[in-house]
Design a protein around this ligand. Sequence first.
Ligand code: M6R
Length: 608
Amino acid sequence: MCGIVGYVGQQEAKDLLLEGLKKLEYRGYDSAGIAILNGDIHLFKSPGNIASLESTLPSTIEGKCGIAHTRWATHGAPNQTNAHPHVSNSGNMTMVHNGIIENYQELKKELRDKGYSFKSDTYSEVLLNLIEFEYNQNGQDAADAIRKATSRVKGTYAIGLLIKGESDKIYAIRCGSPLIIAKAQEGFYMASDLNAFSTTTDEVFFPEDHDLIILNAQEGIRTINEKGNEIRMISETFQAATNSTGKNGFEDYMLKEIFEQEETVPLAMVYSGKNNKIQFPHITAIEEQLKSINRIIIIGCGTSWHAGLIGNYLFEKYARIPSTTEYASEFRYRQPVIGKGDLVIALSQSGETADTLAATRLAKRAGATTLVICNVPRSTLTRETDAHILLNAGPEIGVASTKAFTSQVAILTQLAFYISDLRNIEHPEISGILKNLAGLSIFINKILGKKNQIKELAEKYSFAQNFLFIGRGINYPTALEGALKLKEISYIHAEGYPGAEMKHGPIALIDSNFPTVAIATDEENRLKMISNIHEIQARGGNVIVLIRQGDDKLASMADDYIEIPATNDEAMPILSIIPLQMFSYYMAKFKGCNVDQPRNLAKSVTVE
Ligand code: M6R
């Protein structure tokens, strides 16, 4: 988590850094800060989001070199003192950090014994002072000091550091946390992701772990590798995102992104109706392996994990390959039995989630074939896996994942069909399902048109403190995702359950104040869902039912219902989640919550 950005060049740094910070705000927004070097270090920090920081800044702060940070607190409360940049004991160095220092306590003690003191509760300040200590020990050779200090760190870091008197230089280094360097017309940047760079950027560089970077306004980029040798990083061309990152007239990014699904689901379709073929552009490298893999393991977190669960149904039903979906955070620590013959699919909107990244690296080391389904081109996961599939959904800014989920499901469905075809498995129904998927935007449009009905429903149920979401089969993950959406943006407690599991515990919670959302849009499980709905109503619970259009029986049973256009069961998770996203959105609005920046969350979880 946390966004870091640094700039050195010919222009005043303040506005460029603020611009970069705003684009990184999705990484955390509980405090922010900026340091400008201009002979002296000028430091400004503020609790709250970037707008709070901006309001405290003087209109001009002269200086063409600076670093900035937007924080998601991992250690130490989100307040002004713990906000970055931190300043070293002598006041001569300032640093921003993204990552986690695990052995900070022993390093802090060692520094305290040497007379160092600490203002904040952060481990970042410990690392900074360790660098300063090494700097003073080693004849003030900054590069050497940074390499020595970071070699003692256990954990992850990407840092940007400024030294008083070196007004045209930024030092940067990474290990485990993302760091990208850019060359733009106005100078050089470092940042935790590509979004932060200006539109004049023409080259970007991706340093390896432990590469030390020195950005100098006059001399350009110097890179010193772990062994101490000067190297040249290979550059890649940069294209600023063409997709609009504004709100396009919507009140919030989340609402905009919900509505965008009418276009983003078709953009995830690699199936062409013309030749009736599915063609993934970036997976030829693993096509042979796909023919013979004997197991699929999907890894992800949060919403991506839910999409993965839908993948299991599809891979097993259509490709006849055993498939499981695992929390990346659990998978990586339980010594999983994997190797050649396994396909590990990392699902990640951002491509930067720390646990998903670590689990994928583990799988790759163990010899598994790795594939990522991701929304961010050139993210760490797309760069490190054997093959990748892009969602093409455009930037997802709202913390609650919406359009990424529906695109992930569209991709997984096509991938299951593609592997089924590679293995010559006969499923004559596939081409009909694909044609329906390709035309889904008409149905999505119809669902989006129910905005007012869903808003009224949210108002009606805004009294509730708890919700149960149930579904079966391919719609069980939809129930999990519906519950996650509600809790993360409206802070209402919600549980997702398979319909049948309800009787094994959760039904005890049901009363007239504990409504249930039942997803009964798939034909396969309709009758069983009807039984579950009866069971809840018999105990005084209200049920909002998602039904297939024209299902009069379910409509007459439901306390409230939302109709979903009738199509194949395989498309139902995509269609059914959209009204649930809208329902959560309006519930949160009725409660006055900030839907784009819910409390305690960050868009991208880049620490474990
Ligand atoms: O970028 P990723 O897909 O790897 O992110 C995974 C989760 O952090 C993410 O889905 C999170 O659960 C969202 N806040 C859900 O809306």
